[in-house]
Ligand binder design. Structure first.
Ligand SMILES: *Cc1c(COP(=O)(O)O)cnc(C)c1O
Ligand SMILES: [Zn+2]
Length: 419
């Protein structure tokens, strides 16, 4: 990987040769998350916006010269990436905005943003000829790894909290993963998985811990900017659990700025659930995320329930260095955002996906955005992932189906009462 200069520790700044280190900075253990650094001059000789304009590869691999893989490395066959960026005129108008786009990563192969990282995990594990890949997950990273592994027949062991939504557990079982349902929280599953990977030498995909996951996730920023004709938006709203997505988005934007393909960094707006708001607390109180103790996380948005965000250093930098903000929204606001987003533009999000939209509404109400800003909301997960929450959401906003006998009389009675 001659275009990769080194892996740099987010704590001490020490730089390592990628051939020598697999995961974290040896001096800083699990907290010493590494950042992949590139030789942008070399990247520039290998890829240009003009090349991309003519590319017919509509997956994250269209950006291969910007990713930590060799040019000839085989990639999994599932089509990960290039999800639609919808310009939502009606929803924008309803919110008093001029330019609002929704990027729908619920359309990725296993129906969440996590496919971007898991595709990368499978490639890196196969480079290492790993017999087994493992991850802990609230559900989506697991489903993504599970599906991507199935596409290349790679063995994997998955640790999820036993309370994960049924659809996500079903995905794991259908794809044929070895599934460990952990009696505990996501944070418990994460710790166990780290120990297991060390004990048995399994390739470790864990969020934050594995430096290549942000590199897969950064492709969403490339796509957003390319889909907007390299005219970067003013703000991007994204939900935050471990902080790997927001850190990855920031990384992608920094790459594009370094290459001169965009001329400014969008402000990153990290949205958390009130009951899982470690980053919001740290942001508001100016706390050091390295020494701040874990919180007790609880939210309907299971995908962003994280007591100790693993990628908190990168996540804090993403918001600070783009002059963005961290905001929290209540579980009710999250649930209400599901039908609001769906009815506004036809995108059905799971709670963690709708959280980003709930954050936009909050930001508008608090006067944080001006009407003519160019705004992007990222939906990170498909609504079909968590039907129980969707049903709660429609109940909350008072939407009910009619129940009737199969005859026209009953139907007539209903229709006659319409306003
Ligand atoms: C994982 C996930 C997130 C949050 O990503 P982090 O990297 O943990 O901050 C948000 N939405 C969905 C649907 C997810 O699966
Ligand atoms: Zn270090």
């Amino acid at each position: 990987m001659e275009h990769v200069l080194n892996l740099k520790c987010v704590i001490c700044g020490k730089e390592y040769n990628p051939a020598e280190i697999d995961y974290v900075c040896p001096d800083h253990g699990d907290e010493g998350i590494l950042d992949v650094q590139y030789d942008y001059d070399l990247v520039e000789r290998r890829l240009s916006p003009g090349d991309l304009f003519h590319s017919t590869n509509y997956t994250i691999w269209r950006y291969k010269p910007l990713l930590p893989v060799e040019p000839e490395t085989p990639v999994p066959p599932l089509a990960v990436g290039w999800t639609p960026l919808y310009k939502t005129r009606r929803l924008a108008a309803e919110l008093g905005l001029k330019n609002l786009w929704v990027k729908d990563d619920g359309q990725l192969p296993t129906a969440s943003f996590k496919d971007r990282a898991s595709a990368m995990a499978v490639v890196k594990a196969q480079e290492k000829r790993a017999k087994i890949i493992t991850t802990a997950s609230t559900g989506n990273a697991a489903a993504a790894l599970s599906g991507l592994c199935a596409s290349v027949k790679q063995s994997n062991v998955i640790f999820v909290p036993e309370t994960a939504p049924q659809a996500k557990i079903a995905q794991l079982l259908v794809f044929g993963s070895t599934v460990m349902l952990v009696k505990g929280t996501y944070d418990d599953a994460f710790e166990l998985c780290l120990q297991a990977a060390k004990e048995y030498g399994w390739y470790n995909r864990n969020t934050g811990y594995n430096p290549y996951m942000s590199e897969g996730k950064k492709t969403a920023s490339y796509e957003i900017c390319e889909q907007l004709g390299w005219k970067a938006p003013d703000r991007i709203f994204v939900s935050v659990g471990d902080g790997c997505i927001i850190g990855g988005l920031y990384k992608g934007l920094k790459d594009l700025l370094a290459l001169g393909w965009i001329d400014h960094l969008p402000k990153l707006m990290g949205i958390q659930a009130e009951g899982s708001n470690f980053m919001v607390q740290a942001w508001e109180n100016n706390e050091d995320v390295l020494t701040k103790p874990p919180i007790n996380a609880q939210t309907v948005a299971d995908s962003i329930s994280a007591g100790l965000p693993r990628d908190r250093m990168k996540a804090m930098a993403a918001v600070k260095e783009t002059s963005g903000a961290y905001l929290s929204v209540t579980d009710n606001e999250i649930l209400e955002a599901i039908p609001a987003l769906a009815r506004g533009c036809g995108v059905f999000a799971e709670p963690a996906g709708a959280t980003a939209f709930a954050g936009l509404i909050k930001a508008i109400n608090e006067g944080l955005v001006s009407p003519d800003e160019r705004l992007v909301v990222l939906n990170t997960g498909n609504g079909l992932k968590d039907i129980a929450s969707a049903m709660k959401a429609v109940d909350l906003v008072g939407t009910q189906p009619y129940c009737l006998a199969p005859n026209l009389n009953d139907l007539h009675h209903i229709v006659s009462e319409w306003p």
